[in-house]
Design a protein around this ligand. Structure first.
Ligand SMILES: [Zn+2]
Length: 1013
């Protein structure tokens, strides 16, 4: 075995050594020398880049550290999982006082993702001691990181208490070292693999460094997988469970230190994509490169042929080199406090044993120089005025991402050298700022911060208050004693984290409960986008602004109507808002283009202040939303509230977002994808067809949650079967959903919702929107395949309330129908169109709009599930009746209808009706094949269609008959219950309403959410 292995190795090396010298010196060309002085390192650090205190070289480090006992040469060679595990366990036994070994989780094949902590108090987190980490071998065949981490462990342990510099690292930090994040891949790799891919991925063929939730999900690559793999899930949990501040992810295949971001906005390579911490990352990366014996040199590496990459100063921005989606360093940057760089440790991915002594020699000081940076920067504890720690406080710096305090109130912020302003912002507290100067990368400044409760003013002398840190600035000015009381109340309420009146994250409010002309400059300096003056008078609004500053969707009449509804007032006082002196006063603020208005909130002496502050808040929220919204993110008009009045506690748990973590973590039947402001919950195979099921009204959210719960829990064969037939993407709640009932003349406003989900899952091509406003189904069929119509028919057939209906049974116009007039749009099943049938050059989405309840029904959401569960299941069965062809097919053609399906993202799902089908499949290699098969029941589905015709098992007839009987029985029972529960009243209330501000309809929804009052 051994001999054969060596022979293979020898053969694999021959062509390499003859074609290029991968280990040749890096020679800087004249052109590269010029670039050296223009790159980001020079821009940010000028002459400092030559300063050995900032960027020590290999020799500087060697001198600084002084003599120490290095790794025994006999131990420097490759270590497989068994030997690596032994190394770690032996070290933990030999150095129990400074080490602690733990597993961050298991690999897919059950190997431990070992982490060894080295610190003076290894088993506990010491107050204010930074935690740092190194991760090796994420790509299983890139192993230099794995080995050097083992050697680093040896050096740190052996020299503790003997070498002062090395001991200071162990005393000053808690160092977590994970030699291998992909131990399964490693076992598949082989030594001598210079540039190969064997063992790179995990055992599912997924590239772990593409498998983290990506910033731009549509950039996902083939090897990304849709769901995080076991290794990725374990590491994500690990990164969240320690307050890591600094990290390096050690790879191989080139020689460079790479820093975020890895993914460019448009998904192209070679696009420098800086993070907010770009200057700091350049420092971190060059710190590593400079202390390596060669990495820091500009020029071509890994051979003198064109195969070698060229880097200037040995560092590169990730996407500036090539973009990748779903990488660990980007995810970490976006979702943790940690700053991570990715180091390519050398040209040879999986070296032979003989190569290691040289590799270790080159890297040892770079690793040490880099991790020493974990001790620098500013750190401290955020406490309240009683000395209690404040968790989750936001620590803002002038340049860099926000970080958050730990449950103990601690924070650490590594900063590049220079002067910085640090601002601490915490929920319910006033923000605090301070300045720090850091002269050296190793400088440490400890700043404990005390924050005071936010009921005290920012400008104490003048009663000026601030709320929120968002981009849209709104000044709220109290102009009478009525407003003073209400705004004071608003200040208290908006300070409580449990309050429904949390200031939306995109708003920044300046609140002056009692205005005097002395405040004028403060308002001018604030540069608000909107000024809202609160006055006394009959509830209504007065607009001061010119038309051109109006947010396009603003509708004054609706605001006035809402205010009148929200604030009970006899209006028996002067309306200060309409006085010219107020308009003149607003003019003195001299804020051009601000949308300025006043709202009157009733008269002095009237009770019900509660309603007033809430009405002010509702108006501010609405104005803020109109100012900050663009057509893409604005799905609807009204903010969410949190009412759940129709369920028992257990039911409520399964009909609200509280259920999601149960499905995901305990039942393992669903997978959550956080995407922009949406929470998408995927159930099923993770493969096509993908169907979106989403509630577009508050009233139908519970139904979608309940249906999701049913699919997860149910042992009903229809549910079980459905889960095997593709992927259902549930979005039970959407931002700013509609509180009230509408009939729908158009569902165009929800196009952007669909496209948002599609940007996360590009193969998505079907949506089911669930709303109320009637009892009927609308199908949208821009693809012309007729699938959505079939789904609509299947739905109607199993929806007992409408199965025999011709027209919407909710309609108050039934007399007219019987009089013979056409009721367009009132049919129980009918078509509808998007206003554009093409979206960005491809067919708009096929969709179904289910309207599951009448507007005038009082019981709201509690009956929707019972009425619609089977019907929705039937629609989804129709949806998944068909097959997905393999990725190497380019086209599928129905020989009878001549319909064609073309691949999209490698996936083609062909929906089919019952009966015999003859399909022609065109393969990418140019071959065509005609196949014939029969679909006999709605459950005869096949995900993968091999070339043989025998792949469709026929369900035994007896079983089928039994199945139909069961369905029939349940359906009858269901109908009885439903009809009993649903007393239809002959309402004369019309509900044909358009869900946007532009409506002139008398019954238009309130523009502020008075349910919160
Ligand atoms: Zn790699």
């Amino acid at each position: 075995m051994e001999l054969l292995y060596k022979l293979c190795l020898f053969l694999s090396l021959i062509p390499l050594s003859s074609s290029l010298d991968w280990d040749s010196d890096i020679v800087t060309t004249d052109e590269e020398k010029i670039k050296e002085d223009k790159d980001h390192l020079s821009q940010y650090f000028n002459e400092t880049k030559k300063n050995a205190d900032f960027f020590p070289s290999w020799h500087n480090m060697s001198k600084l550290i002084g003599p120490f006992e290095d790794v025994d040469e006999k131990k420097i060679h490759n270590h497989d999982y068994t030997k690596m595990t032994a190394w770690l366990k032996e070290t933990a036994l030999a150095y129990p006082n400074i080490t602690s070994l733990y597993s961050a989780g298991k690999s897919t094949e059950g190997r431990d993702l070992w982490v060894l902590i080295i610190s003076d108090n290894p088993t506990v987190h010491e107050e204010l001691e930074p935690e740092i980490k190194l991760v090796g071998n994420m790509h299983g065949n890139e192993v230099v990181g794995r080995e050097t981490i083992l050697y680093l462990i040896d050096v740190l342990c052996k020299n503790y208490g003997k070498n002062e510099w090395l001991s200071s690292l162990v005393d000053g930090m808690r160092i977590h070292l994970m030699p291998s994040m992909n131990p399964d891949g490693y076992e598949r790799g082989f030594d001598g693999d210079r540039v190969g891919y064997t063992g790179r991925e995990n055992v599912h063929g997924i590239d772990l460094n593409r498998n983290f939730p990506p910033k731009y999900p549509n950039h996902r690559e083939k090897t990304s997988g849709l769901y995080p793999e076991k290794e990725t899930v374990a590491v994500m949990a690990w990164l969240k469970s320690y307050p890591f501040v600094l990290s390096a992810n050690l790879h191989g295949g080139s020689l460079v230190a790479n820093y975020p971001m890895d993914d460019s906005e448009d998904g192209r390579d070679g696009v420098y994509t800086p993070s907010e911490d770009d200057r700091l990352f350049v420092e971190l990366a060059y710190r590593y490169a400079r202390a390596h014996s060669n990495m820091w040199k500009s020029g071509r590496r890994c051979g003198l042929s064109t195969e070698g990459d060229v880097f200037i100063n040995g560092i590169t921005n990730g996407a500036g080199w090539y973009h990748l989606a779903g990488g660990m360093q980007d995810w970490q940057y976006r979702f943790t406090n940690s700053l991570e760089i990715t180091v390519e440790m050398g040209c040879f991915k999986f070296p032979t044993n003989a190569m290691y002594p040289k590799l270790w020699e080159e890297h040892k000081f770079a690793l040490l120089s880099f991790i020493a940076l974990g001790m620098g920067g500013v750190r401290g504890i955020v406490r309240d005025s009683n000395g209690q720690p404040v968790a989750n406080a936001t620590i803002l710096v002038d340049q860099g991402k926000p970080i958050y305090s730990t449950p103990q109130g601690e924070y650490w912020r590594i900063l590049p050298p220079g002067d910085h302003t640090v601002t601490i912002v915490a929920d319910s507290y006033e923000s605090e700022s301070f300045s720090v100067s850091l002269h050296l990368p190793s400088s440490v400044v400890v700043r404990n911060v005390s924050v005071s409760s936010c009921s005290s003013p920012v400008d104490k002398g003048r009663s000026v208050y601030r709320r929120g840190q968002g981009k849209t600035r709104i000044a709220i000015i109290g102009y009478s004693s009525v407003s003073h009381v209400s705004l004071s109340r608003l200040l208290t309420e908006s300070c409580l984290s449990s309050s429904p009146t949390q200031v939306p994250s995109d708003l920044s409010l300046l609140i002056i409960p009692s205005y005097s002309s002395a405040h004028s400059t403060t308002i001018t300096n604030f540069q608000p986008k909107s000024i809202i003056v609160i006055t006394s008078g009959a509830p209504s609004s007065v607009i001061f602004s010119q038309r051109d500053t109006f947010p396009p969707q603003f509708h004054k009449d609706n605001l006035d109507k809402s205010l009148a509804k929200a604030i009970p007032s006899n209006g028996a006082c002067k309306n200060e808002g309409s006085e010219t002196r107020l308009a003149q006063e607003v003019d003195t603020f001299n804020v051009e283009k601000a949308f300025s208005l006043s709202i009157s909130i009733g008269c002095e002496g009237e009770e019900d202040y509660d309603k007033r502050w809430a009405a002010i808040f509702g108006t501010v929220e609405m104005v803020g939303r109109l100012l900050s919204s663009d057509s893409v993110s604005e799905y609807s008009v009204l903010p969410s509230a949190n009412p759940l009045d129709h369920f028992s506690p257990t039911e409520a748990l399964l009909s609200t977002s509280a259920s999601l973590s149960i499905f995901e973590n305990e039942q393992k039947c669903a997978h959550r994808i956080e995407h922009d402001r949406l929470t998408i919950t995927a159930v099923g195979t993770g493969r096509p067809p993908f169907t979106l099921v989403t509630a577009i009204e508050k009233r139908t959210e519970s139904f979608v949650y309940e249906y999701l719960a049913a699919l997860c829990n149910s042992t009903l064969s229809r549910h079980v079967e459905l889960k095997k037939r593709g992927t259902i993407l549930f979005v039970p709640e959407i931002p700013n959903t509609q509180q009230n009932c509408h009939d729908y003349g158009s569902i165009d406003p929800f196009r952007f919702l669909f496209q948002d989900v599609q940007s996360a899952i590009p193969s998505l091509d079907m949506a089911i929107f669930v709303a109320t406003g009637g009892l009927k189904v609308r199908y949208l069929d821009p693809s012309g395949h007729g699938l959505s119509k079939s789904m609509g028919e299947a739905y109607k057939k199993e929806q007992q309330l409408i199965k025999t209906a011709e027209f919407d049974v909710c309609s108050s116009d039934r007399n007219t129908i019987s009089g013979g007039r056409t009721m367009s749009g009132k049919e129980a099943l009918g078509g509808m169109n998007w206003s554009d049938t093409q979206w960005e050059g491809r067919a708009a989405a096929d969709a179904l709009l289910l309207q599951v309840g009448c507007c005038y029904e009082e019981r709201a959401s509690s009956g929707h599930y019972g009425d619609n569960e089977k019907a929705l299941t039937a629609a989804l069965e129709t949806r998944t009746r068909g097959f997905s062809v393999p990725k190497d097919a380019s086209l599928v053609r129905d020989m009878t209808t001549k319909k064609e399906w073309r691949g999209r993202d490698g996936a083609v799902f062909v929906p089919l009706s019952y009966g015999v089908h003859q399909m022609e499949i065109e393969w990418k290699n140019g071959n065509n094949k005609i196949i014939q098969f029969t679909i006999t029941t709605s459950h005869q589905l096949e995900e993968y269609l091999p070339s043989s015709l025998s792949s469709f098992p026929i369900l035994p007839a007896a079983l089928l008959a039994a199945f139909i009987l069961i369905i029939g029985f349940v359906a009858l029972r269901q109908m009885g219950v439903s009809l009993y529960r649903r007393p239809f009243s002959e309402s004369t209330v019309g509900f044909e309403r358009i869900p946007l501000y532009i409506s002139e309809d008398e019954d238009e929804d309130d523009v502020i959410d008075i349910r919160k009052l």
